[in-house]
Design a protein around this ligand. Structure first.
Ligand SMILES: [Cu+2]
Length: 142
């Protein structure tokens, strides 16, 4: 009797531990900015541990559509290539890991990805938005 109670307590403990070990990190992403003005992407965490990461993206703009593209950088100080004529980042030269596309003003979107340790960049690649400031770095730690 006493043994089985202890065993079930152990099972409950190990279940709790394994759930925590594999829990996803959640990053709240806020996008803002109207046409012609400064635009931003801000994250509530600049760094998360490697593993499943859920990006919960909110477009806080009044009327402007935004998006969130996640790319992996080769190093923390890598600058991404911008096509000046198109006013957009050249995504063909980057490794995109996914995106929340076409997020209308006031709307929410979500992206879940498994991230390895390294340096990442979140950006909005609607014409002119990257140049207006829509980029944010993320560090994933081992
Ligand atoms: Cu945008």
């Amino acid at each position: 009797m006493a043994l089985s109670v202890r065993l079930s307590a152990l099972v409950a403990l190990s279940l709790t531990l394994s759930t925590e070990a594999f829990a996803a990190s959640t990053i709240m992403v806020k996008e803002d900015g109207e046409a012609g003005g400064p635009m931003t992407i801000s994250l509530d965490h600049a760094s998360v541990p490697a593993g499943d990461v859920i990006f919960k993206v909110h477009n806080d703009a009044l009327s402007e559509e935004h998006e969130m593209v996640l790319v992996k950088l080769k190093s923390a100080d890598e600058t991404v290539p911008v096509n000046a004529a198109k006013h957009r980042v050249d995504e063909s030269k980057l490794k995109s890991l996914g995106e929340v596309a076409d997020l209308k003003a006031g709307k929410d979107g979500q992206l879940k990805v498994k991230l390895a340790p390294g340096n990442y960049l979140l950006l909005c690649n609607i014409k002119g938005h990257f140049e207006a400031g829509m980029k944010a770095k993320l560090t994933v730690t081992p």
